[in-house]
Design a protein. Structure first.
Length: 179
């Protein structure tokens, strides 16, 4: 990985982990994942771009899809599916043994998402980054998410718009509280 690629990957990973840890962000991301088939790393990538003033348009979303859709479908989703299935049914093996195995699957799933974020990081890192007002960040995040979820054939109804607003509010809570 070249130096700009390493910097981009580190920047996106740091952003994604800090954002996901904010109250309400994980729950919002998981709602998009479960109700719209959203890809959490892509959702965090969209917000990372938007926070940096990068417009997430149809062209960038096409690049995102080309870059990570196969990886997400063939690696991340099966790991998550197996982990979730074993949470519901331990398949006749002692729960405590299966719990330890599920934790290993969870770590693999997280690493797979980390690799996905690394691949996404270079797609917009070279674009001009400027200081972006909080109101513009909100508009960019909303626009990017509406386009992305629309590509997934997710119904952008009142509930989905409310979830987008909640996600943005949780993501920007510190910024809007301090200024």
């Amino acid at each position: 990985m070249s130096q700009p690629s390493i910097e981009a990957a580190r920047s996106l990973w740091d952003y994604a982990t800090a954002s996901y840890d904010r109250p309400g962000v994980a729950e919002s991301c998981l709602w998009f994942q479960d109700h719209c088939r959203g890809d959490v790393p892509v959702i965090l990538f969209i917000s990372w771009c938007s926070m940096r003033g990068v417009l997430v348009d149809h062209q960038l979303l096409a690049q995102v899809e080309q870059t990570v859709s196969v990886w997400h479908r063939d690696v991340v989703t099966p790991l998550r599916g197996l982990r979730r299935e074993l949470k519901r049914d331990s398949k006749g093996i002692a729960q405590e043994t299966v719990f330890a195995f599920r934790e290993k699957l969870k770590a693999l799933e997280l690493e797979a998402e980390h690799l996905e974020l690394n691949a996404l990081a270079t797609l917009s890192y070279d674009k001009t980054v400027s200081t972006v007002s909080v109101s513009d960040q909100k508009k960019l995040i909303e626009s990017g998410l509406v386009q992305y979820l629309g590509k997934l054939n997710c119904d952008i109804d009142a509930q989905t718009r409310e979830k987008i607003s909640t996600f943005i509010a949780c993501l920007l809570a510190e910024k809007t509280a301090s200024g």
